[in-house]
Design a protein around this ligand. Structure first.
Ligand SMILES: Cc1ncc(COP(=O)(O)O)c(C=O)c1O
Length: 305
């Protein structure tokens, strides 16, 4: 039986790992840095919380299931997740990135990745020709944010993936704004999904969190090596907060969309306002791409302007 998004938000796709035998409905917070070994040379599967922690693993399971990935890694913030992604590259490698990325991501690429010998080209990724023009031998990553924060630029993920894979280049999509409730980039062929879990996934303004989700075994191995080495993993209590937040993701996203629609309607009727940036507006180039990208917009979202 295929499970609904609402069910996956709460239970994931399969049974959770039985780690405490109490039947606790709310997953326990394993607030422990270290784990006792039953005997010399034997492990329970949990040794040290930088490597494994049951609460974080439960959260990672739910997020991987929501994005249809084979693995998800929970980081201490969205920025640390993006940093780990960039850490998989080497000096001399080239990234093509959306030119309207969240400011922190631009800062990371311009001031840290660049300093470490990684070359970056920013283009408006809503036009595939812009990406085609900039592809080079050493282009290893196309980093998309769609829709972008703040200008709501929308990229056709599927077309970018087709182009990138012909050039042996991976595609990572920052899916913070839509969440897997509205868009699942891995289903469109992307290799990696990025989240600032701080936003809609956690949903209560009480913790920072970040995720990398992937369908690519090699990527997952690289990310796991980086997280265990740099230690930017999400703490047990914060993992639990995000787990709890995600249980209502489906309800909150519907309401967020209704709220956005009301605001757009109001803004649309103000004479003093010349531009409203919302991908659901008719005559907006983002709308056609959004339909292709399978945004799950409802019909009431499309307004004449
Ligand atoms: C689209 C997007 N990606 C990444 C980030 C960074 O995430 P964090 O603040 O959790 O480090 C943000 C933060 O606002 C964001 O909006």
């Amino acid at each position: 039986m295929t499970k609904s998004m609402a069910t996956i938000c709460i239970h994931g796709k399969k049974e959770r790992k039985n780690v405490d035998n109490t039947g606790a409905v709310s997953f326990p917070i394993f607030q422990s840095a270290t784990f006792v070994h039953p005997e010399f040379g034997k492990s329970t599967g949990f040794d040290y919380s930088r490597l494994q922690n049951p609460t974080r693993e439960e959260l990672e399971r739910i997020v991987a299931d929501l994005e249809n990935g084979i693995d998800a890694l929970a980081f201490s913030s969205g920025m640390s997740a993006i940093h780990a992604l960039i850490d998989t590259l080497s000096p001399g490698d080239h990234i093509i990135a959306t030119d309207d990325l969240y400011g922190g991501s631009t800062r990371l690429l311009m001031n840290i990745a660049n300093k470490n010998g990684i070359k970056i080209t920013f283009v408006a990724t809503d036009k595939i020709e812009n990406i085609k023009k900039e592809l080079r031998e050493n282009t290893k990553l196309i980093f998309l944010e769609t829709p972008t924060n703040p200008m709501m630029q929308v990229t056709d993920i599927k077309s970018v993936v087709e182009l990138a894979h012909k050039h042996n280049c991976i595609v990572a999509v920052d899916n913070t704004f839509l969440t897997p409730y509205f868009q699942r980039p891995l289903d469109l062929g992307a290799d990696v999904v990025i989240h600032s879990g701080t936003k809609y996934l956690a949903g209560h303004n009480d913790t920072l969190a970040g995720f990398l989700v992937t369908n690519c075994k090699k990527c997952s191995e690289k990310f796991r090596y980086i997280i265990k080495t740099t230690g930017a993993c999400l703490a047990p209590f914060d993992s639990w907060l995000v787990l709890r937040g995600i249980k209502t993701l489906h309800i909150r996203m519907e309401q967020h969309q209704k709220n956005a629609v009301e605001i757009v309607k109001w803004l649309n009727n103000q004479k003093a306002i010349t531009n409203v940036y919302y991908p659901g507006l008719e005559n907006n180039s983002a709308l056609e791409i959004s339909k292709k990208t399978k945004f799950r917009f409802r019909s009431y979202d499309f307004f004449p302007r």
